[in-house]
Design a protein around this ligand. Structure first.
Ligand code: ADP
Length: 384
């Protein structure tokens, strides 16, 4: 895109969390100005961007007025006022990924209907309006137990998801429009980040394996490459390709999948933005997910997604029992380990399990990276 090299180009990023911060830092390598919209003027990206605008991304006027200041608009969260994005697009602003796609993806019910219509394997589902309606269906055996209930909108990091094993567990049900899904016997959870640029070039990052802290439902480790067979990687990559092609998607899409006990691959959900499961790409892949997003939305050739080295990414979470002004413990000891790359997001305050940073451990083998990551987990603590 010529504008990029001949003049000031203002890229708008909605939300200034860690993903927005790293995207802004990456954009500055290409001399792109970054404008951030976030309700918190202390948010991680505020100090790295060219300009910061305080505002609520669910408010029509805040999003619309912000969009009027920029040459191209992207985002790092899903919960955005879609009407404002659509109006900006109608008035000629480039918004990538496009508002209609974000609208589909921010609603897990619409996502599921899309997979069904395109024959993309995804766990069997039913849609419900309320908790009462689900209870009624359970009473009359219209739902097979166990099942997973997911609120259609607003959930993240497992908030808004419950597993119901038997009828007595109805008290755990969440209220609100929901997807009720068949409970998959999961052997592995993997993620593939795929990019598609405006002219339709597609590139997938290698599949990663996601290990969760099951009590908090937060990713504990991202392992790259995943310990999956070549043939499974091919199937998973083809699915990610199909989703972005079917949607004429432009931008970066994280596709989360399950591998069940029969080695069948199911698409769980997608996120149209940089993703936690792609942090490792900063150091371990030739092109980072952030650079790839910029290449996609500026219609530049997509970068190589070949691996440079094996890696394990761990989230640096707020230590339970500590809340308030942040203090890092064990930083220098952790940094003394070869291959340990520490990212601190700059959040001013910590609380239990808050994502305060991440660490990517590079090593010759996954085993070595894993044991170093375990060591870093023991050494490095976020306290107050
Ligand atoms: P979120 O958007 O909050 O991350 P997910 O839909 O990814 O929610 O669900 C969170 C976790 O719940 C998944 O990572 C997986 O471990 C589990 N889960 C979700 N759907 C199913 C399912 N159909 N069967 C079994 N486990 C599931």
């Amino acid at each position: 895109m010529e504008q990029l090299v001949i003049s000031d180009f203002n890229l708008g990023i909605i939300a200034g969390g860690q993903l927005g911060k790293i995207l802004a830092l990456t954009a500055s390598n290409w001399n792109i100005n970054t404008f951030i919209l976030d309700p918190d003027d202390q948010c991680p990206a505020s100090s790295c961007a060219t300009a910061f605008f305080k505002g609520n991304y669910l408010d029509f006027d805040d999003v619309y007025n912000f969009g009027k200041k920029v040459d191209l608009l992207t985002f790092e969260i899903e919960n955005i006022n879609i009407a404002a994005l659509k109006k900006l697009k109608a008035e000629g602003l480039k918004v990538y990924p496009e508002p209609e796609i974000l609208e589909l993806m921010k609603d897990k019910g619409l996502q599921k209907q899309f997979y069904l219509s395109q024959n993309i394997p995804s766990p069997h589902f039913q849609l419900f309006f309320s908790k009462a309606e689900i209870c009624e269906a359970m009473e009359s055996d219209k739902i097979q137990l166990p099942f997973v209930q997911k609120l259609r909108t607003g959930g993240y990091d497992g908030q808004g998801v419950v597993v119901i094993k038997n009828k007595n567990e109805y008290i755990k049900l969440l209220d609100g429009p929901s997807v009720v899904e068949h409970c998959v016997k999961i052997k592995k959870e993997i993620s593939i980040i795929v990019a598609r640029n405006i002219q339709g070039e597609i590139k997938c990052f290698p599949p990663v394996e996601m290990l969760f802290n099951t009590s908090e439902n937060i990713v504990e480790k991202i392992i790259c490459p995943a310990s999956t067979s070549e043939s499974m990687n091919t199937v998973a990559t083809e699915l990610a390709n199909r989703i972005v092609s079917d949607l004429n998607f432009v931008g970066l899409l994280a596709v989360e999948m399950f591998i069940d006990e029969q080695n069948k691959i199911w698409v769980n959900e997608v996120a149209p933005r940089p993703h936690n499961s792609g942090h490792h790409t900063i150091e371990s892949v030739i092109t980072s997910q952030y650079e790839q997003l910029l290449r996609a939305v500026f219609n530049l050739p997509l970068g190589s997604t070949n691996l440079k080295t094996a890696s394990v990414m761990i989230n640096l979470l707020g230590e339970p029992g500590f809340e308030g002004k942040v203090k890092y413990e064990g930083l220098s000891k952790a940094m003394s380990i070869e291959g340990v790359k520490i990212h601190l997001y700059g959040k001013k305050t910590t609380k239990a399990f808050r994502k305060m940073g991440h660490i990517t451990v590079l090593a010759n083998t996954i085993e070595e990276a894993k044991s170093k990551a375990d060591l870093v987990n023991q050494i490095l603590k976020v306290k107050s």
